[in-house]
Write a protein of this length. Structure first.
Length: 281
């Protein structure tokens, strides 16, 4: 496995692989790799001949006061993990390589970025879509892999690919969970032992919500109120608890069709997100 830091080197490696007829898989990450990323790399390995993992803590998707400086940077461990899983290439550029001058070109996806995390993190998705567009152009992959945990990111990136007629396919992999149900995340490491125990309420609230829907409850206001009660009982500070249409991410009053139930909750200073996707057709 090679590690490269320069755009031109990625292009050369990918071109060489393409000349051999390889299907190229891309797993964009910000590093601090965990089992969630591992599942994306494994999915890419199963479907592609040459797998590129990008590791770049993208400054343009962090707002003022967010954890950009604190975000874990663990390239050595990440490289060992990618090598173990069989990835072919790591692209770990510097900020300067990705943003050599002040960025005057941005990719914006309207509407889908207004609610949920977008409402609380202005500019976040503009940073995500811009860096993903850059990475898609740099790598030239056939398929890019993302995790369902970042449900809004998934919807926004799909919309970008469709709206800008990008050639690559997007694959979404299921959320990876700890044995107690907590969704695996780089941010879990910031939780104290007590917060870590209490954080299990996110997946519990979501599971209970699904059970109530399975039992016939269709009123979104009743369902979200119950989720809020569960989370608050565990001392979580709610950022949002919402039930939205899975495609356009608009809030639903009555539950029907493809539904995304999404939560964002603070434990101390750590903000965790989780979701469940349901198809009620
Ligand atoms: O999901 C992430 O880790 C990031 O948002 C991504 C897609 C790598 C873009 O920086």
């Amino acid at each position: 496995m090679k590690i490269v830091h320069i755009i031109e080197e990625v292009r050369q490696s990918v071109q060489a692989a393409k000349k051999q007829g390889a299907k190229i898989g891309l797993v964009p990450t910000m590093g601090a790799l965990h089992a969630g990323h591992g599942s994306l790399i494994e999915a890419a390995m199963a479907e592609c001949d040459f797998v590129v993992v990008t590791i770049f803590v993208n400054p343009t998707q962090f707002g003022p006061g967010e954890d950009l400086d604190k975000y874990p940077r663990t390239l050595k461990e990440d490289a060992a993990y990618c090598e173990k899983l069989g990835a072919d290439l790591i692209f770990a550029p510097s900020d300067k390589e990705m943003y050599p001058a002040s960025q005057l070109v941005w990719v914006d996806v309207d509407k889908l970025t207004e609610g949920l995390c977008g409402a609380k993190r202005p500019g976040h998705f503009r940073g995500v879509t811009t860096v993903c567009a850059k990475l898609f152009n740099i790598v030239g992959a056939d398929i890019a892999y993302f995790g369902q945990k970042d449900a809004q990111q998934v919807a926004v990136i799909r919309q970008m690919v469709q709206g800008l007629n990008m050639l690559l396919e997007i694959r979404i992999c299921p959320i990876v969970r700890e044995p107690d149900g907590l969704a695996v995340s780089s941010r879990n490491q910031y939780l104290s032992a007590d917060e870590r125990q209490r954080a299990v309420c996110l997946s519990q609230a979501l599971t209970q919500c699904k059970e109530q829907i399975d039992a016939g409850q269709r009123d979104a206001a009743i369902l979200t109120a119950r989720m809020r009660t569960v989370i608050e009982h565990y001392g979580g500070r709610i950022d949002y608890v919402e039930i939205v249409d899975a495609e356009i991410l608009q809030p639903l009053h009555a539950i029907e069709g493809r539904v995304l139930i999404a939560v964002a909750v603070f434990f101390g200073r750590t903000r965790l997100i989780d979701n469940i996707l349901l198809d009620l057709k």
